[in-house]
Design a protein around this ligand. Structure first.
Ligand code: MSP
Length: 628
């Protein structure tokens, strides 16, 4: 059966960051793994372009939603092209075919008695595009998912009878225990559903940027809820409810990759919608954790958002792919740091793999003019057995979505090759005329690298191809070398440039600091929206469990009062240095939370010539004075 794998479709209210790249690379890995196993697999990605958040982002930039969404959607698509993501579908929720598919689904659910009109009263988080009850809020005010401010709202709405599917969903989880992975995430979902499902508000009024309701309902006050719209993007490109050639059969074997924050939408709402539409349910929902940066949540106001394009320009695509997949167990949160990436690349990619290829090429060239042939591998029996047993163990790690373990184990075959070079010292064997034994060793190492190239292909496709070029092997050998565990006894090698030259951490990190990141032009009215004021730090406090953040209490004078701002400056200032300093801060940023601590603005800072962060300070100015 043909497989179908999807990334979440990305909101276009911001440019792609490392978290988006992570999910997309995981899906690309999944597809490539299926491909080498001989299974056809199609990959969908795309952009989620409706909703209030996006309408607001466009307004902020003085653009129409369409102009703005076109611009950001292309940025995503270009980036995935540059990253060589093997996607087959790039869906945009502003496509006409998607619009008609969503309308058809609404109509179908309505006909099936699953949609009714009522009133919704609750608190709305624009950032998550989700309603919450007062009970669910943090401190009666903040979103339980993202920590941002919510707005109270009562509005007429159409509802989906989610409650009707409670029992069926629980049956589905029970009958298919491995659908939601990792398992602890499955348990969270079951608990949530067992807690009782309320019907789901699936339309919005009060803003316009969304799909209108189907004509039969004759109600233009409402537009579709962005999550109903977005989830259906998994099937509209397959021809659901529109005139695109019908490929709905692909949905018989669908795998969704999602971040932990959007699991509920995929594991509860989505299957319930599909049940209502009488369509097949997903076969697999893989849930990954979140990336933090040097231990801190990524956030524009802290200024620590990592742009994957910069990472690729600095270190290369394959290094980034390897780091993201190898560094953190799938399902857990992970920390991104330049140092960790450089260390990981240098030890695994340069020292182990790159070096092994170099050694093989060096010796094969010197002793045999790159032509290797051997009669037998008798004295390498133990090593051969170890390599076979490692390769046999690998599949289970992919099936259980543990790609970091897959790589960890796979790297052991390269270790075996490196160790056997040291152990048998071919240069010594050559001195005493054991030429055939040296040939056997080099052919054995060529076999390890050939098998390795096929097996790293899902994660490092370009490196795999380079290695195959060097070894003159290709994908048609997968069955022979991997499934049947055979060895080739002849290789003609081709020299290739060194794989993964060592990265110099300091140079790279300095380059990151030096990068000039010019922003898009804005006009004066956009700048005028930013309220920057002078304030005096009256107290600075450490944040428990963080060596990056400080809590600053800042006095902005009688009219504005005292505000609490969390700032990522702990590495550069100790709380005692900060008392009474006059700083400049943006005070009209939406309040947010870092590590559960409320932050009501952002202090301005820059970096000195040594890359040390410095607060922007002023002298002899009244607190509360406007900066602009
Ligand atoms: N548009 C919705 C998805 C609709 S799918 C029908 C959405 N978009 S998003 O752009 O906000 O997020 C897309 C994915 O990026 C989510 O899976 C989310 O978990 C992931 N990430 C966002 N920030 C992340 C990190 N810091 N780290 C890892 N992934 C994170 O949600």
């Amino acid at each position: 059966m043909v497989k179908y794998v999807t990334t979440p479709i990305y909101y276009v209210n911001d440019i792609p960051h490392i978290g988006h790249a992570y999910t997309t690379i995981l899906c690309d890995m999944f597809k490539r793994y299926q491909t080498i196993k001989g299974n056809e697999c199609l990959l969908l990605t795309g952009t989620d372009e409706h909703g209030q958040k996006i309408e607001n982002s466009a307004k902020l930039r003085d653009k129409t939603p369409k102009e703005y969404t076109d611009e950001v959607s292309f940025k995503f698509q270009n980036l995935w092209n540059k990253f060589d993501i093997a996607y087959d579908y790039f869906v945009r929720t502003t496509n006409e075919s998607h619009d008609s598919g969503v309308k058809r689904a609404f109509e179908e659910m309505y006909k099936n008695g699953d949609i009714y009109k009522g009133y919704y009263e609750g608190h709305y988080c624009i950032s998550c595009e989700t309603f919450f009850t007062k009970r669910q809020l943090v401190d009666d005010y903040f979103c339980p998912d993202c920590g941002k401010e919510t707005n109270p709202l009562k509005e007429e709405s159409y509802f989906f009878r989610l409650s009707k599917y409670e029992k069926k969903l629980l049956e589905w989880y029970n009958e298919n225990p491995n659908i939601i992975m990792p398992l602890h995430k499955r348990n969270e979902v079951i608990k949530f559903v067992e807690g009782g499902l309320s019907d789901l508000s699936i339309t919005r009024s009060g803003f316009k940027w969304g799909i209108s309701l189907p004509p039969f309902i004759d109600d233009n006050k409402h537009i579709m809820y962005v999550w109903l719209d977005a989830l259906l993007s998994y099937i509209t490109p397959l021809g659901y409810g529109n005139d695109i050639p019908n490929k709905m059969y692909l949905f018989n074997d669908a795998t969704h990759f999602v971040g932990k924050d959007i699991l509920r939408f995929h594991a509860v709402y989505w299957p319930a919608f599909l049940m209502s539409l009488k369509l097949p349910l997903p076969k697999q929902i893989y849930t990954h954790g979140w990336w933090t940066i040097d231990g801190v949540k990524m956030s524009k106001s802290i200024g620590n958002v990592v742009n994957p394009d910069d990472i690729v320009n600095m270190y290369g695509l394959e290094v980034m792919r390897y780091f993201l997949i190898r560094e953190v167990p799938f399902g857990q949160d992970g920390d991104f740091s330049h140092k960790a990436l450089v260390d990981r690349a240098n030890s695994d990619l340069s020292d182990t793999l790159g070096n092994l290829v170099n050694r093989l090429l060096g010796m094969s060239d010197k002793y045999f003019d790159l032509n290797l042939e051997c009669e037998n591998f008798d004295y390498l029996k133990n090593e051969i057995e170890q390599v076979s047993s490692i390769i046999r163990s690998l599949e289970i790690y992919m099936v259980n979505m543990m790609p970091h373990r897959y790589l960890e184990e796979l790297w052991k075959i390269f270790d075996i090759a490196n160790v056997s070079i040291t152990k048998y010292a071919p240069w010594e064997m050559m001195k005493i005329g054991k030429v055939d034994d040296v040939k056997s060793l080099l052919v054995f190492i060529s076999n390890i690298l050939s098998k390795g190239a096929l097996l790293i292909y899902p994660i490092l496709p370009h490196t795999a191809r380079e290695m195959m070029k060097c070894l003159k092997v290709d994908f048609s050998l997968y069955n022979k070398l991997i499934e049947n565990d055979e060895l080739l006894n002849k290789f003609t090698l081709t020299k290739i440039p060194p794989l993964f030259p060592k990265l110099e951490a300091q140079i790279i990190i300095n380059r990151v600091e030096e990068k000039i990141d010019l922003k898009d032009e804005i006009n004066i009215s956009q700048f005028d929206k930013i309220d920057i004021r002078v304030g005096r730090i009256i107290e600075a406090l450490d944040v428990k469990d963080s060596n990056k953040l400080l809590i600053l209490k800042i006095d902005f004078g009688v009219n504005i009062g005292i505000k609490q701002i969390v700032s990522g400056i702990a590495k550069y200032y100790s709380p005692n240095d900060l008392k009474n300093i006059l700083v400049c801060a943006i005070i009209n940023l939406k309040p947010t939370k870092f590590m559960g601590i409320l932050s009501e603005g952002m202090v301005l800072s820059t970096k000195d010539s040594k890359g040390m962060l410095r607060l922007v300070s002023v002298c002899d100015v009244e607190v509360g004075s406007k900066v602009g």
